[in-house]
Design a protein around this ligand. Structure first.
Ligand SMILES: Cc1cc2nc3c(=O)[nH]c(=O)nc-3n(C[C@H](O)[C@H](O)[C@H](O)COP(=O)(O)OP(=O)(O)OC[C@H]3O[C@@H](n4cnc5c(N)ncnc54)[C@H](O)[C@@H]3O)c2cc1C
Length: 468
């Protein structure tokens, strides 16, 4: 490898890196993709547990596939993805009143019932209609206002606020932190999509990145896993390659320099300066990257494996995309049973579910409060499903700090979104969910991968004569 010069080295084998690798290889570039962990997928990975369960570490659904960037990438690659459609079924369950309302297809019909019970005089439907009919221009005007401040005007009733939190919770950004513009942009598409939530038929969400990786290799690209990039090498303001660092089994450290005309970075950008010196960048860019450091949105919850017969105890249809559980005086809880939706995620006769709540980064930092919160969640689950103790296999509890970069302003989930092309270092490109794009994470990720790959190809064509 040390003798090769690649057209592009892609750093990171998550959704953005693998999609870019597939596209750029197909377009005829000499591509090297480098991933530090032992598998492709990044935050869209699927753990295969020894006991037969398969658990997604992050993404549980691909948003608005028919309107989104993944479909454009699929067309560009001339492939057919095998995706199943989740029935867009949302369940709302009031644990105090034991009222259950199921909303199919995100239709107004279903939401009218929700509105009648919790929405207070048509305010919820008013909000949904606003979301359905909004344009990108409407969204752009709301980027600097928080979800809480903007949508709070619809109603001050606490049930309405819970509904809002619940919808917002689907993208796991607390209403105080999320930008109203990003919210509108995402949900106007989600509610008008014909295939709002899809998922790979087999292989879990990670299979998408694996497929993209194999397409890259089919077109002559190279993939290195278990290889962290230590440094991006820059000479006279232009990228010239990378240095990797790898620990061998016998304890040796293997370092390697690999040359390339361009570098595409897809790691979360708050970690950028771990692999490239700040000295190459303007003060304003450095300051913006530092502003991305905070963790913005978090979820805490428990995963529980159980025997299938517990599905009969659900007061709502467990094969729903997500259930919002209201309880008096508490934040709404979010419950999903992914293995009831997609076959093969659990061994026959068993299932798993997640039960959790959206929290702020500050709340998660408080260890004592976190312990208490998780204890409360476990107790609640046991109350909701008294037979759980008997039918439970194993459970884990934890927190995830997530979706960095998916909101454009407010609360800084990405106070800025960097452009795909570096303004400071020639030949340096950025893609992933912190770079261009909008909406829930994966859509934003694929959108930026496609845009960035096009820009990179065009740039290389202007630099080199032999690019197709
Ligand atoms: C808990 C959770 C739930 C989510 N749910 C959803 C959902 O339901 N729907 C949705 O659309 N989105 C969801 N998201 C967001 C979605 O996962 C991300 O938007 C998307 O996966 C980001 O992809 P990426 O390629 O930009 O980044 P990543 O997946 O983070 O990829 C970056 C890759 O770079 C690698 N890397 C880092 N440093 C180095 C280095 N020095 N050298 C080499 N490689 C390196 C990492 O190992 C990683 O594989 C969720 C995220 C989380 C965390």
């Amino acid at each position: 490898m040390e003798n090769e010069i690649y057209d592009v080295i892609i750093i990171g084998g998550g959704a953005a890196g693998t999609a870019s690798a597939a596209l750029l290889s197909k377009w005829g570039l000499k591509v090297l993709l480098i991933e530090k962990s032992d598998h492709l997928g990044g935050r869209a990975s699927t753990l295969s547990l020894p006991n037969g369960f398969r658990i997604d570490t992050g993404v549980h659904g691909i948003p608005y596939y028919d309107l989104g960037a993944l479909k454009k990438i699929e067309n560009e690659l001339e492939i057919d993805l095998d995706l199943v459609d989740y029935t867009p079924l949302l369940a709302f369950y009031d644990a105090e009143e034991e009222i259950n309302v199921e909303v199919f297809d995100f239709s107004n019909e279903g939401f009218k019932e929700v509105d009648r019970i919790w929405g207070h005089g048509g305010k919820f439907i008013e909000l949904l209609n606003f979301l359905r009919n909004s344009t990108d221009d409407d969204a752009d005007k709301l980027d600097n206002i928080s979800v809480k401040d903007y949508f709070g005007k619809y109603s001050q009733y606490h049930q309405f606020q819970q509904l809002l939190r619940a919808i917002n919770g689907m993208i796991t950004i607390t209403p105080e932190l999320g930008s109203a513009g990003e919210f509108v942009r995402s949900f106007s598409k989600l509610f008008s999509s014909k295939r709002p939530i899809t998922y790979p038929r087999t292989g879990g969400i990670q299979s998408l990145s694996e497929l993209m990786g194999s397409i890259c290799e089919t077109y002559g690209g190279t993939i290195l896993t278990s290889t962290p990039v230590q440094e991006i090498l820059v000479k006279n303001g232009k990228v010239v390659g990378i240095k990797t660092k790898k620990s061998e089994k016998d304890g040796r450290i293997l370092q390697q320099e690999i040359k390339a005309d361009s570098i595409l970075v897809t790691i979360p950008l708050q970690n950028l300066f771990e692999i490239i010196s700040k000295e190459h960048f303007s003060a304003s860019f450095i300051q913006k990257i530092h502003s991305l450091k905070d963790k913005q949105s978090c979820a805490q919850g428990i995963g529980v494996a159980f025997k299938e017969e517990l599905l009969d105890d659900f007061p709502w249809n467990p094969k729903c995309w997500g259930a919002i559980v209201f309880q008096p005086g508490k934040r709404p809880r979010y419950l999903s049973v992914p293995s009831a939706l997609v076959e093969g995620l659990a061994p026959p006769g068993q299932h798993y579910m997640f039960y959790g709540v959206v929290a702020t980064p500050e709340e998660i930092k408080d260890k004592k409060a976190t312990k208490e919160r998780l204890k409360v969640l476990i107790n609640e689950l046991n109350n909701l499903f008294p037979r759980l103790k008997k039918l439970k296999g194993w459970h884990f509890s934890g927190s995830s700090e997530m979706v960095l970069g998916t909101a454009k302003r407010v609360g800084m989930t990405g106070a800025f979104k960097p452009r795909n092309v570096s303004e400071d270092v020639e030949g340096l490109f950025f893609a992933g969910d912190t770079a261009e794009g909008n909406g829930p994470g994966l859509e934003c990720t694929y959108d930026s991968a496609l845009k960035c790959s096009r820009k990179l190809l065009k740039w290389l064509q202007t630099q080199k004569g032999d690019i197709p």
